[in-house]
Structure formats: C-alpha cells, structure tokens
Design a protein around this ligand. Sequence first.
Ligand code: ANZ
Ligand code: ZN
Length: 879
Amino acid sequence: MQEQYQPSAIEPAAQAKWEEARLFNVSEDASKPKYYCLSMFPYPSGKLHMGHVRNYTIGDVLSRFKLLNGFNVLQPMGWDAFGMPAENAAMKNNVAPAAWTYDNIEYMKTQLKSLGFAIDWQREIATCKPDYYRWEQWLFTKLFEKGIVYRKNGTVNWDPVDQTVLANEQVIDGRGWRSGALVEKREIPMYYFKITDYAEELLNDLDKLENWPEQVKTMQRNWIGKSRGMTIRFAVDETSKAGLNGDAAQFVQVYTTRPDTVFGACAVAVAAEHPLATAAAEGNAELQAFIAECKAGSVAEADMATMEKKGLPTGRFVINPLNGDKLEVWIANYVLWGYGDGAVMVVPAHDERDFAFALKYDLPITQVVDLDNRPSEYDKTQWQDWYAEKEHTKLINSGEFDGLSVQTAYDAMAEKLQASGAGEPKTQYRLRDWGISRQRYWGCPIPIVHCEQCGDVPVPADQLPVVLPENVVPDGMGSPLAKMPEFYETACPCCGKPAKRETDTMDTFMESSWYQFRYMSPKFSDGMVNPEATQYWGAVDQYIGGIEHAILHLLYARFFTKLMRDEGLVKVDEPFERLLTQGMVVCETYYRENDKGGKDWINPADVGLSFDEKGRPVSAVLKADGLPVVISGTEKMSKSKNNGVDPQALIDAYGADTARLFMMFAAPPEQSLEWSDSGVEGAHRFLRRLWRTVYEYLQQGGAVAAFSGNQDGLSKELKDLRHKLHRTIAKVSDDYSRRQQFNTAIAAVMELLNQFDKTDTAGEQGRAVAQEVLETAVRLLWPIVPHICETLWSSLRPSENLWNIGWPTVDEAALVKSEIEIMVQVNGKLRGKITVAADASKADLEAAALATDGAARFMEGKAAKKIIVVPGRLVNIVV
Ligand code: ANZ
Ligand code: ZN
C-alpha cells in the first residue's frame, strides 16, 4: 500500500476494476430483488455543472448502498439531447446542432466516468437518435388514431422580422430576442395531447405517492387545479341579438364557483374572443381596437393576475336567471378565452378581480354574503373576503334566499337554476391540453403527412422513423425543415399521391416523459419497450432531480405512464415510487461596479478572501489585481451572476472522492448546498486521514487473526469500541435507507474513527477489533467515496471483493453495553457514581449505591427510609 493518498492514481484503477468485473451491468434476474435508481438525465450543454454532480452523487450513493445490500441495481444514464441551446450554439458557431450535441455528450460522458458512478453504460441513450425517437413517433401515431392526439389552432409568438415563431423565453419585454421586433400573436395549427382526459386520475393518484415530498404533490395539485362550480346561462336580451347566431343568440354562459352570489352580479364580462364581443365590435372602432389590444397582450398567467383590469361596455344586455336583472355585457381583459366558458358574472363584493374592475368603472357593488351574527358595514373602498368565513356567513340582498347559509343557498340556487334549465353543476380543471408542436429544427419530427385528399395521415409504423436530417445549420429565420423539399416532399401513405410532411417538431418534454421505461430495454428493436423487461423492472424505485421539474416534467412523465399503460406497454400506474428533490448549489457572489453604474460579476474562483477569527469572510479582492471587490449575497450558481464553480477544477485538484464527499457532507440532499473552498479542503483532509489511519495500521502488521465474534474476553475499552462500531452500522444503515441523510452518516463514521484513534488496539485482540473497525468503516463509506474505499479494502483484505461481502450487519451482542455508569443520589442530590454490570439486579444496585463514599457521607449515619432505583440511570437513597 502506498504511503500517500493519491486520488489521480487510485481512482482510475478502482474504476477499471469495477469495469472488469462488469459490476454495474445488469439484466433481469429473478433471484434478486430489483432496485431501479434514476437520476434526471442531463441536457448535454457542454460540461457538467455542480447541480449535476450533486444529483448524480446522491443517486450513486443510494445505488451502491442497495448493491451492497444484495439488490439487482439498475442505474442508467443518458442524454436529453434535443432542445434550443443546440440551435443557438449552431447559429453562433456555425456548426450543426447534431455535431455540437454529440461532441458535448462525449465530453460530459468522460466527466461522468471520472466521477466513478455505478452506471450501466450499456444502456446509454441519446434522445436525438432515431432508434430512440422512433418509438415516440410510433406512440404518437397510435394516440393520434385513438383521438388522444388531435390538431387544433394554437396561439404562438410570431417575430415579423425574422419570420419565425419564438418560444416564450425568446420574447423579452414583448420583443424578439434577436430582431428586437415587436412580437405578434398568431394562430397556427398545432398538435395537442388530451392530458385533460387524465386530469382526474393524475390528481387522484397523487394520493398513492406516499414517498413523494408533500410540496411537490401540492404543486401538481395546484397545476391540475380542479374546481367545482356551475355553468349559468344568462339569456340574451331581445334588444341585443344583432349579429349573433345559434346558442350565442340565446344566452351568454358563464362558469362560476360561486353560484350563491348570483344576486350580487352587476354585469357579465366576456373575453375578447367571445362571439358576443365580435358581434358587438361590428362597425365599432373603439371596441375593435380594444379587442385587438386584449389579444396582443401576454397570455402568461402571472401577468394576468397582476395586470390592470380593463374593459369596455358593449351596449348589449343579458338577463340574470334568478332575479331577472338586466345586466350589461362588458369585454374585459382579465377574462380568459381558454378557461371555463370565456365569460364571467361580475360579482364585485365577493371577487377581488371583479372588485377592482367595478371600482374602476363605477359599477354597483352589492354585498350578498354577510357575517352570521355580527352586523357589518361593507367597506366599499376595500375588498374583503367574506367567504373566508364560510362557517359563519349568511345570504343578504338575495330575495327568497336571504338568511340561508352559504352552503344551503348554494344548493338551493343550484337546484332552482337546474330546474329552469339555466345551469348545471360543472367540474373544471385549470390544466389545459398539452400543445406539443414546436416550429423548431432540433427536435423529434412529428410523424404526420398532409395530403390534400386524405387530410392528416399518420406515418405507418413500417415507415418510421421519420428521420431528422442532421447536417443542418439553422439561421434563425424560420424552421429549416420547412425550407427543405428533400425532407418534406413525400407520398401520401394512404393514396400514394404527392403530399407534404409536417415540418414541426415535438416539445422536448416528450422525450423525457418515457425514458424511464426505455432504459429497461434500450436496444429493443421490436417495440417501444420489451414487455419482459418492463415486467421485471416495474416502476423506478427512486427518482432524483431538481425541484424545478416538480410540475411539468413529472406531470408529463406520469401522464405518459398512464398512456403507455392504456396501450398495454407497461403495467404500472405511476412511474416513480419515491422522489427526492435535491436542493440547489449556491455560492457567494462578487462584483465591481463599472463605469455605467452597472455590476460586473466576478467568478468566485478569481476572488481571494480574508477571514475574521470566526472564519467569516470579511474582505475580498480580485486575485489578478489585488484590489477589492464587493461581497454580495449567496445565490444559486448561474451564468447571470457569474458564480458558477466548475466541478472539473475540483475533480482535477482533489479527485472525484473529495468532490463526492464534499457534496454529501455539506448539507442534507434536500437543502441548498453552499459552495465553500474550506469545505472542500476539509473533505480532502478527512480522506487523507482515513488513508493514513489504514496505512499506519497495516504498517504495524495488521491483524493476526480475524475477530472471533465472541467479545467476552475483551477489555472494556475494546468492548466500547465495538459498541460504537455497531451503533454506527445501525445509524448509517438507517441514514442511507430510511432517512436519506448522508451528512449524518458521514459524521457518524468520523466519530467512530475518532474513538478508534483514542483506543489502544495493541495486542492480538486489539488488532482483531481494529481490523473489524477499519474494514467496516471502509464498507460504510464505499457508497459515498468508492475509490478510496475500494483501494483501502483491497489492502485490508486482498482475498475478497468488498461488494461480495456486502453490507455490514449489526452484532446485537456488541450493542449491549457490558458495564454502565449509574448515578447515586441522596435525597435527590447527586452524591456519586457507580460502574456496574449492565444486567445488575436491583438488589446489587442498592448494595453498590449504599457502599459508595458519597452515600456514607451524606446519609450521615441515618438508615435509608426508601431506595428508588431507575434501571440504567440512577439510585436515589431517601433518608
Ligand atoms: C362569480 C364569482 C363570485 C366568482 C365570487 C368567484 C368569486 P377557479 O376557482 O380558478 O376555477 N372565472 C370563470 N371563468 C373565467 C375566465 N374565463 N377568465 C377569468 N375568470 C374566470 O375560478 C373560478 C372563478 O373564476 C369563477 O367564479 C369566475 O368568477 C372566474 F364571489 O364567478 B367566479
Ligand atoms: Zn392521400
């Protein structure tokens, strides 16, 4: 064994050893329990960042722990390879997105390999490869035939200068990111997944996910947004029917969660797209201009909530079905065309948006719900949520319904509305169908052929995949595919006549919605997944990734699982049994003010710090010029604050194990982890110390014989050490499995080694216990710092592989402390201590306590009236 700990030498050697043993290559094996551990796959952006290293280390620790516990562990890795950054890089560097992506994959793969993750690399997938996306296209065509995928018009951001559709993130302050042109809204045909058909199941099944963070489930529930209410129809007044046809001429239908407030309606407001708005705007320039303004605005929900409420009256009227009031119809910018019926009844006293609207346009505010037993003065300048006091409210100003409780009134009004055909109960979801068409090049082609005669024809299975040409450099002016006749010219699969391929590609969320199943049989060529493999692996046992994916990615992956189940492809209802959302990696930020008064952010690697006596940074300088920089707050590592620390530099300087240990030790996985140089150095110091401890032990000759298993003859000190050892095993096992808190596991092993250092392990028995302690410490730490542990193990026990020995078990005998310390009290005051056998009887304890000096002194010759024994803790002598 080398005297020095040299990560650069031992890490590749350990990796070669695992590779040679094919330790991480798995197949279905009915003789073992399975454990499928999946970390969210990376986008191949160029190089790994700290978030990746953290994510994949957590997954690796869990995988290796399960491996030592006898599980058949599947830990795959791949590349979420389609997406916009590749197109942006292509434009910047004039290289094809495919070439850029493949280069990045290659480099990042060497980085991942250098970290020593227990990955089955034979299962690597890249979603931009035809043998992957082919099956996505296949499923798409199946679902298209079933009607789960359908086509309708959708609104997109259109850049009139670049003549291209922009993604939401490419619109900055309403302008195109490249051209700076004012962005317009355009309606174009797109493909949609009917996720709303699954809304109820997606909501209900959240209750089954016991091992998901509550926070994530809440976010999903809110996103699905189930609301219960009624549709109510307000008849169009006879004077107001001009230009309206069909139902639109009969009534305006609104969706409300508060039918009980219908007497408080002062108007009805419709979205700009509503037929009544269109009819009213006929020949009315003002209304036309307002409708255009509403349509141009952002559809982002956050903006809807905060924007100024605006509206215009249409001069048309409808009738309140319960009280016959004649209400004017307004067009309002806060009514969404895509939600409910695109129309609302305006109830200013009880809805905050309506309140703002009514104040602005001076509409009457009628309170219809009041507190039960407290007379209240309605403050007409300030909106108040009376409904929050649901329990103690009653109706007022509501005719025959006055005095009823909210719930009774709700039911009574619902019944009356239903009886007269003016409304019915309705459940509504906030969730919209998922539009998956993207007018981009670097994505999975949508497998549809447009034929003049046959319409939209899905590409038949035997003609899949529709391959995306890879030698293309986009120029930012529209989709390149739409300019490539060699791509889009084709024959109709139905009638054989010339037809045109769809040139849109799919949302990249598609690829990440089913990769968890493809990993089970990544090379299967007879179908999307191999039934035997999906049967064996079932669902992912442990999924790990960032909280930023709490909503969309997880929702789509859950949705796809249900789609695939309904196609008979998988047997599970949910893809991820247990979810761990890792916290962010954060770092101090530094800047200098520039001439323009802005901030130039400086990378932490270029900053030198000085500390006060408590180790807190007090000042910072730029290493290059020695002049001060401003220390700003701690924030998530990001390009914009230039506070990203490159994990490669860390790996190069200290090795993979230090990087892994630092990540696992600095914070529990769910919390944010603060980058610190001193933390990294501390991690490295610990590993050097571990190395030296084993080295010195072996220098002194190691053990003569293994520990016999019988500790009767051991000294008290050695018994205590074994006690500590086996308590540590129990604690670390629990930390890895149930608690998933690795920092405390590491701390426990550190404590064990401290006690080991202080214990005299000379002599045959001492050497035997020392061997047991060191071997066990190495096994306990193997999941976290596998390279050093692998190497130390092979010096400690060259004859056997660590992974064959498996996880250490607790020796219950060692947990029983042979001797314990008991306090002796006289009249409740501490007067001494006794050391007794752990299983000493009550009589022995009493006798030993009475025999102490303390007892003799403080009993002052009196006899004991009573002796109270608290086993394991104290003896109290009462005199
Ligand atoms: C009258 C009312 C009175 C309402 C009241 C609320 C409180 P959730 O819970 O999110 O489903 N609404 C309905 N359709 C809308 C649309 N297309 N655009 C904007 N707002 C719309 O919200 C349902 C409530 O949002 C409905 O209930 C309606 O306002 C409004 F004291 O009707 B309510
Ligand atoms: Zn045809």
